[in-house]
Design a protein around this ligand. Sequence first.
Ligand code: SAM
Length: 280
Amino acid sequence: MSKYTDYDSVSVNYDKTRKAVGIEIVLGFLASLPQPAQGLRVLDAGCGTGNYATLIQRWFPRVVCLDFSLGMLKKAKDKFEALRSQEGAFVQADMTHLPFAAGVFDAVVCNQSLHHIDEPGTDFKNQRSFFKHANRTLKPGGAVIINTITHEQLRDGVWWGDLIKPAVERMTGRFTSNEKLDEILRAAGFEITDQIVPVSTIIQQVGYFDEDALHRKEFRDGDSHFSLLTAPELQDTLERIDRMRADGQLGAYIAQRDRLRQRIGQFAYFVARKTREISS
Ligand SMILES: C[S@@+](CC[C@H](N)C(=O)[O-])C[C@H]1O[C@@H](n2cnc3c(N)ncnc32)[C@H](O)[C@@H]1O
């Protein structure tokens, strides 16, 4: 479970700013697998409110949604019910110990959840466990599709990155570098085959360019960085924004920061194939 974000309470606001960004990558990859779409079994690990799973399910009906937070999982369930979908399966569990039999899934999808499972300085032991379990539960040749944020994107992928430096520093220890992710995946029996960075997509599309975005808790609830800021640090950030706005400089600041985002993007997908079984 996430140690720094209370997702049961965040679940109330999460969908106000978050959508299934990059879903075209997930769907495109799943569609390229040789198995027929109707039979493909997909696990969405850390599914949250089901934004990805509901879209996956339209094309690949046999999707299993797993999350630790009952609040997030309930939102996902409600969405499936609203779509009158009978197919979704919902599991409350810790993704570091997947409660499924061996060799049942064709693909395991994990969007923006890996950084919640480890504490800094632990050499990502929980991510290692997750990928070991993913290896066990995948069929031979199965794939993991990972949506994460690179260290560079943590710093410069959002216009406020420089204004919340203490949180970015704390967050960086929770995200693997690309090299570390590669090492962890190899040790768990995977090989990265694709890395895709959609530079035009913004994670919190709704309200992202609003000058008062960070003043709204509803907006901040869509980005777990803000859970890592102390109250005085948040206050300081908001005051700096207020000063720039009063000086008429905020618009130019956002535009200048956004040029970096346009070059490096806000998130990255890694696709890795299971190349061997590993002993658990
Ligand atoms: C940033 S949200 C991402 C949700 C969804 N995948 C999306 O992209 O919209 C992170 C999710 O990971 C879940 N999570 C955190 N730690 C977990 C764990 N150990 N096992 C299962 N889910 C976990 C949280 O409850 C939350 O729903």
